[in-house]
Design a protein around this ligand. Structure first.
Ligand code: FPP
Length: 252
């Protein structure tokens, strides 16, 4: 039976997406390859990012269909400011454009929007659009869709450490209480489970400062496919590959 349409709920597919199946609860994605896709099509880099948004739409829909709980998308890193100003401005306008078009559909699909990263440096219009979407979708309890925007894992850990120091020896935290679980509460991802599956498209095999703490026990899935060419079926292939993995968390 094809798993292409998990909403097709006859008996043979009834268990897909249910708790007894091996669907990753949290999937994180490094969406790489937009620039190369554009170049290969004789287009400017921004055209690749625009096409990348279309892939986001497909992947979010598939994640909803499959019963994935959380999807974290590396949309703009703390290092991406090094790109030409016009490209930076273009990428940072995409969340507003995406939400402007797709928010009603996301609401209808019970999606809850979240963001991780230092929002203070983003253009005001982008920040407002994201905050509006977070507020509108706050009570949805379906897929949690996290946009990592101006996100860098080292920056996240440093600001977590600053907050830890500020709380130490107050009623909030003592040195004896500080363990992995407590530290995790100081990260942007405090309210999210750690990713079960990391997908990176575009052929590179590195983490690029993405969720370094949170990916400690995550399964990785790398694909040569450039993000704009990545399809819902490719996403399903990754989910199914995850389903075959045996996770041991350092045990036997
Ligand atoms: C990396 O590809 C991609 C980015 C830095 C931008 C990612 C943004 C999107 C896919 C748009 C999604 C946004 C929303 C809000 C839905 P690259 O440019 O580094 O590609 P290259 O390695 O081929 O140059």
């Amino acid at each position: 039976m094809s798993m292409r349409d998990p909403l097709y709920n006859d008996e043979s597919t009834a268990s897909i997406g249910g708790p007894e199946t091996n669907v990753p609860k949290h999937v994180a994605i490094i969406m790489d390859g937009n620039g190369r896709w554009a170049k290969a099509h004789g287009m400017p880099r921004f055209a690749g990012h625009k096409e990348g948004v279309a892939t986001v739409v497909k992947v979010v829909k598939t994640a909803v269909d499959y019963g994935v709980d959380a999807l974290t998308l590396y949309t703009f890193s703390t290092e991406n400011w090094k790109r030409p100003k016009t490209e930076v401005e273009f990428i940072l306008k995409l969340p507003k454009e995406f939400l402007g078009v797709h928010l009603p559909e996301l609401m209808a699909n019970n999606v809850r929007i979240e963001a991780i990263g230092d929002m203070s440096k983003l253009p005001v219009a982008t920040r407002r659009a994201i905050q509006y979407a977070i507020d509108r979708t706050r009570h949805n309890d379906g897929l949690q869709l996290n946009f990592a925007l101006n996100y860098g894992s080292r920056q996240e850990m440093l600001s977590a450490m600053e907050a830890v120091f500020a709380d130490l020896n107050t009623a909030r935290l003592s040195l004896e209480e500080l363990d992995e679980e407590q530290f995790s509460k100081y990260l942007y991802t405090a309210d999210t489970t750690e990713p079960d599956l990391l997908i990176r498209t575009g052929g590179e095999k590195r983490l690029s400062n993405f969720l370094l703490w949170q990916l400690a026990y995550t399964e990785f899935w790398f694909s040569d496919i450039l993000w704009p060419d990545f399809t819902g079926q490719d996403f399903i292939d990754a989910l199914e590959a995850y389903g075959q993995r045996k996770r041991r968390y350092g045990g036997v």
